[in-house]
Design a protein around this ligand. Structure first.
Ligand code: SF4
Length: 421
């Protein structure tokens, strides 16, 4: 066996992109450059319902969304935007708002200056700004607003609304090739060209490259990987990454995770959104949870203490182990909005909840705090490990409650001290 060559640790690559600033008040969310990959989300309320929208924005922000996008589709919605901002400011929520514009964005941003000012970033879809002569003029009006109000802009191309004139032109060009490409590479080229050329046009109109973020969203995993790899090489703009129309539940979560993980590991993607269709009754915040978990799983960011748990097997015939894992996970998540400020650094903590003696003590020792529950046939005792050392053994019917108290005390002692220092 060759012990002379160390195994390289996998690590995400770094892409040298421009850094955009998405600001509201004293809050400055940097995107790209040396900034961490940011989490974004989007409301599904009617923007005209200012209170309902402000409440959902608050929920998304508290769940960890660092920017929240809202639809601005009508004059009434544009009028509601400053009120939404005001409500959020009153609640102490300084998350920057992103306005999503299609078709009439040029009019809304010009005719409702309070809306243009209250937003921190405008999302413009070059496929939906108008046709023919009107296209550049209307796009220009939106860029003018961004320059005037000093806002960041996401030029977001989506293959469901791709600029048809551009696509037709590239198809024609392709048909004149000696050996024409397949339709797919032409489509990829159209997406990338639409984004990059629109960004160049915006720059020629006075927008700084640091104010521009690009996205080219598609709904297939391999398509997304292909497009973003090429896009990242064609420009230095910060990139917003997401699989569009990912779908619902497990399918949407897995497809988004698969696509985003590959690209993020290659250093591609400065801000992400997971476009999940909520299942009936499911909270909108689920998309923020999934996005955060993707970044945390890749080791790019820490948002919430991670709970390592074994899957359970024939050695765990009672449900105690599953219940305790869920209880601890829910408890840690619920506390995070407060703990984030109270206990800086707590988000990087690792908790292990293990089902039996086989891997329990070993995995528990690797965590900051861990518990190894008794498997079937084992003595009814649950040793707790703190910082790699066995601390106490819990017994009886209140193991879950007692372990939760131990976790709370550990956090207060270890991370409370950091807050004081
Ligand atoms: S730690 Fe024990 S209970 Fe958990 S999967 Fe391994 S053998 Fe099964």
């Amino acid at each position: 066996m060759d012990f002379l060559t160390p195994v390289d640790a996998a690590a995400p690559r770094v892409r040298n992109s421009y850094q955009a600033h998405v600001r509201w008040g004293a809050r400055d969310v940097t995107v790209g450059g040396d900034a961490p990959v940011r989490v974004q989300s989007m409301t599904n309320t009617d923007t005209v319902d200012a209170i309902g929208t402000a409440i959902q924005v608050k929920e998304l922000a508290l769940a960890g969304s660092e920017m929240v996008r809202i639809t601005v589709n009508t004059p009434e919605a544009a009028q509601a935007v400053p009120y939404i901002r005001e409500q959020l400011d009153r609640m102490g929520i300084d998350v920057p708002l992103v306005g999503d514009f299609h078709y009439n964005g040029h009019r809304l941003l010009t005719e409702f200056p309070a809306c243009a000012e209250a937003l921190s970033k405008y999302r413009i879809n070059p496929g939906n700004v108008g046709k023919g002569d009107k296209r550049d003029r209307q796009f220009g009006q939106m860029i003018e607003a961004a320059v005037r109000w000093n806002k960041a802009v996401r030029i977001g191309v989506n293959w469901g609304s791709l600029d048809q004139e551009l696509l037709a032109g590239l198809m024609d060009e392709n048909s004149r090739r000696a050996v024409p490409w397949d339709a797919k590479p032409v489509m990829y080229q159209a997406l990338i060209t639409s984004a990059v050329e629109s960004a160049k046009l915006a720059e020629s109109m006075g927008l700084a490259p640091e104010q521009i973020i690009l996205s080219c969203k598609v709904s297939g995993v391999q398509d997304l990987i292909s497009v973003y790899r090429a896009l990242s090489q064609r420009c230095r703009y910060a990139l917003h990454l997401g699989l569009t129309e990912a779908g619902m539940g497990t399918k949407g979560t897995v497809a988004s995770s698969a696509a985003l993980a590959v690209l993020l590991q290659e250093g591609i993607g400065d801000t992400i959104r997971v476009s999940l269709t909520p299942q009936p009754g499911e909270a909108r915040t689920q998309e923020v949870v999934v996005a955060s978990e993707i970044l945390q799983a890749l080791g790019l960011r820490s948002f919430v203490p991670s709970v390592t748990a074994c899957p359970g097997c024939g050695r765990t015939t009672s449900t105690t182990f599953q219940e305790l894992t869920k209880q601890i996970d829910d408890f840690l998540r619920a506390q995070m909005p407060v703990w984030r400020k109270q206990y800086p650094g707590v988000e990087a903590m690792k908790v292990a909840v293990m089902g039996c003696i086989v891997n329990g003590p070993g995995e528990s020792k690797h965590a900051d705090i861990g518990i190894s529950l008794p498997g079937t046939g084992e003595a009814p005792a649950a040793p707790v490990y703190i910082d790699g050392e066995k601390s106490v053994t819990l017994r009886g019917d209140n193991i879950a409650q007692e372990f939760q108290v131990i976790v709370e005390n550990y956090i207060a002692k270890r991370f409370g001290a950091a807050a004081i220092a």
